[in-house]
Design a protein around this ligand. Structure first.
Ligand code: OOG
Ligand code: NI
Length: 265
């Protein structure tokens, strides 16, 4: 018997806050004990079978989600899709995949070696989206990936799990603007991602976004332990595209900067 959608998101959240202790603190600071509604959850992967974007999406399609938007990130050599559920209480899902073939032969070799270690049965298992890394990687290979793609390095270290949850600022009592949310977070000691400015997007593109810089966590590589950036929290405020109809898509130019929330510097 498969787990309920509620149980799935609870398991996903528990895995995420283990790597991202500041997420629980974000909820305390912004929610003051009340429930926080999430706008979306984001996942990353490599475009290599059996772990391509569609293999991750299949889990959400099975829960009743539908594919909506397509996005291309030329410089980062990524593509992404977003998914929505007819139940408005369920978060949107943003899944990206790295176009591995467009990188150096060495990066391709390292990444293919990781993906080769993933059993096909793990990908369809109900815990796949919070199952982490199914491989061993050395810190030197991690550093090698980092030279070409921060995204590839993050995937190699952390594998399959939520990269970030996103507070739905429209549903947040006490806050009218994303500026106010950011100020509260900074007053509480959080560091925000300033790439592209603290607020990415505007009412002109119907979406404003900001994010914390990723927490740091100790990862056990095959040769040594290293403290590296893990996951972050995002904040999104949506604007109406028609009366009583909020924009539900993403904005590639803003997303391009949100990806950088897991950069080491
Ligand atoms: C995804 C970055 C894009 C958004 O909301 O635009 C994104 C990532 O960092 O994996 O989440
Ligand atoms: Ni996001």
């Amino acid at each position: 018997m498969s787990q309920s959608v509620m149980q799935f998101f609870e398991n996903l959240w528990q895995d995420y806050i283990q790597l991202t202790p500041s997420a629980a603190k974000v909820h305390e600071v912004l929610g003051k004990g009340r429930d926080i509604i999430n706008d979306h959850v984001a996942f990353r992967t490599f475009n290599i079978a059996p772990v391509g974007l569609e293999a991750l999406a299949a889990h959400f399609i099975a829960m009743g989600y539908e594919a909506k938007g397509d996005y291309v990130f030329e410089e980062k050599r990524l593509v992404a899709k977003h998914y929505e559920h007819s139940d408005p209480r369920l978060p949107k899902i943003f899944i990206s995949e790295l176009l591995v073939e467009s990188f150096s032969p060495e990066l391709q070799r390292i990444v293919k070696n990781l993906v080769d270690q993933v059993p096909a049965s793990a990908v369809t298992a109900e815990d796949f989206l919070y199952s982490g890394a199914h491989w061993q990687i050395s810190s030197t290979d991690y550093e090698r990936l980092l030279e070409e793609s921060e995204y590839a390095a993050w995937m190699a270290a952390f594998g399959f799990r939520a990269n970030h949850f996103t507070v739905n600022v429209n549903e947040l009592p006490d806050y009218d603007s994303l500026e106010q949310v950011n100020q509260t977070l900074k007053n509480a000691g959080f560091q925000l991602n300033t790439s592209g400015g603290e607020i990415k997007g505007s009412s002109d593109v119907f979406l404003e976004q900001s994010s914390t810089l990723a927490d740091h966590t100790a990862v056990r590589f095959s040769d040594m332990e290293k403290v590296i950036p893990s996951c972050f929290y995002e904040f999104a405020k949506r604007y109406e595209i028609a009366p009583n109809q909020l924009y539900t898509g993403f904005v590639a130019a803003s997303a391009d900067k949100i990806f950088e929330s897991t950069n080491a510097k």
